[in-house]
Ligand binder design. Structure first.
Ligand code: MN
Length: 205
């Protein structure tokens, strides 16, 4: 059974950047539904025991196209939101250090430039979707955006996501209404670069 991550902060701890009702609805309702639906589909597809990465990275092995699309949507919804909520903190590290800091400077020139590139992709994503910072196994970084709940794993790029920026309206509409760029700015205020760095170091040996 796949389980949602437990928040290691209170639902009001991300204010004023993300409000309590949005966290309660997003984590307590939307993410719950994705997780329950994913568990049902995994059982239906006979994939019990596989990791979410294994399932999302091998969707072509599912011959039933309706089931395959369901696993992509609901499995992405499960996995993407775990990553999204995991990386927040009310008292975040505002910059990475070590190998991740080096990789960011090498690829983008500076942390600000990296944030700018991801923010642009997030703002430009038409309709519901995500913006990403991902790494390959050797530690080279990539930015991208995607539709719906698609993520770099299910797109078969061979990249593992480090940062997941949700730009579905449910992520920001209660507080920011139509002003997605303000929500995107707020996202960086609570993103904990220490957590991102720990994830990077666990992937890139
Ligand atoms: Mn969401």
């Amino acid at each position: 059974m796949f389980e949602q991550i437990k928040l290691d902060y209170a639902t009001n701890a991300l204010e004023p950047w993300i409000d309590q009702v949005t966290v309660e609805t997003h984590h307590g309702k939307h993410h719950v539904t994705y997780t329950n639906n994913f568990n049902d589909l995994v059982e239906k597809a006979g994939l019990t025991g596989k990791t979410a990465e294994e399932i999302l990275g091998n969707l072509n092995a599912v011959s039933d196209t309706v089931l395959r699309q369901g696993l992509k949507n609901q499995g992405g919804g499960y996995y993407n939101h775990n990553l999204y909520f995991e990386m927040f903190s009310p008292s975040p590290a505002k910059a990475p250090t070590g190998k991740l800091a080096d990789a960011i400077n090498q690829k983008f020139g500076s942390l600000d430039a990296c944030i700018e590139e991801i923010s642009k992709l997030a703002a430009a994503q038409f309709g519901s979707g995500w913006a990403w910072l991902s790494t390959d196994a050797k530690g080279e970084l990539f930015v991208s955006n995607s539709l719906n709940q698609d993520n770099p794993i299910s797109e078969g790029t061979g990249h593992t996501p480090l940062i997941a920026l949700d730009v579905w309206e449910h992520a920001y509409y209660l507080k920011y209404k139509n002003v997605r760029p303000d929500y995107i700015k707020a996202f960086w205020e609570i993103l904990d670069w220490k957590k991102v760095e720990d994830r990077y170091n666990s992937i890139v040996k």
